[in-house]
Write a protein that binds this ligand. Sequence first.
Ligand code: NAP
Length: 248
Amino acid sequence: MKIGIIGTGNIGATIARKLKAAGHDIRVANSKGVNGVRAFAEEIGAEPVDVRGAVNGVDLVVLSIPLPALSALPSDLFSSVPDGVPVVDTSNYYPVLRDPRIAELDDGMTESVWVAKQIGRPVIKGFNNVLAYTLAELGLPKGSPGRLAAAVAGDDPKAKETVMSLVSEAGFDPVDGGSLEESWRQQPSTPSYCCDYDAATMRKALSMAVKGQAAAKRDELPKHFAKLGANASHGEVVAMNRSFNPLD
Ligand SMILES: NC(=O)c1ccc[n+]([C@@H]2O[C@H](COP(=O)([O-])OP(=O)(O)OC[C@H]3O[C@@H](n4cnc5c(N)ncnc54)[C@H](OP(=O)(O)O)[C@@H]3O)[C@@H](O)[C@H]2O)c1
């Protein structure tokens, strides 16, 4: 597939590397224009583009930029992109740790529903409930014992299926997280969020999520990170995430 990826940070760059390695034709864009992304593109064998080049003439788009930046993308960015081209949203909302407060999200709107509103078209939520380290280092081939899972949510069954197959190519068992509206179940500090679970456990975790409970836990994160210290290991972060929502 021809895949355009906007954002070449922790998540976007890893998705780009993995999907390039899986044989896809990758275009990458960041905030710095074609020349600003050229070195990374050359390193992985992708085409450097600007944000318009990442969405026009591709089969699928991945948006992997900070959530508030999604509302600052050009308002006509997707106007020439056919409806059948899936747009994947990897974003998460962290108002206390990183992002400015967004009233609609604080009032309970599902994050990716808000994202879809900002860009003026539906999205598929994917790659958001695995940590960057997990995505880069802990993927395994399909069928491997202990393979970890990542949730995928959205309303268009065909687009969701396509994104689920990309999640698998990236090394993870894709788990259907339901509709876009229901994707609050895979948002920060829910039971399924960044806990390095296998598919069966992730399904259980998604089903145990209680609407409205995660935001307060998420906003306590600075306190928990302070306790862990600056050099927390990946295992310590995962254990902390699991401790917010015990499954037994
Ligand atoms: N880090 C994680 O563990 C993790 C896990 C799952 C999901 N996520 C979510 O995935 C998204 C990306 O996270 P990340 O950790 O990869 O972020 P990151 O490392 O900060 O990278 C963000 C990328 O977005 C680009 N960008 C920012 N504004 C842009 C704009 N207006 N136009 C084009 N590109 C723009 C940046 O460009 P420059 O390179 O030019 O600055 C950078 O490449 C976030 O919403 C995050 O919450 C993160």
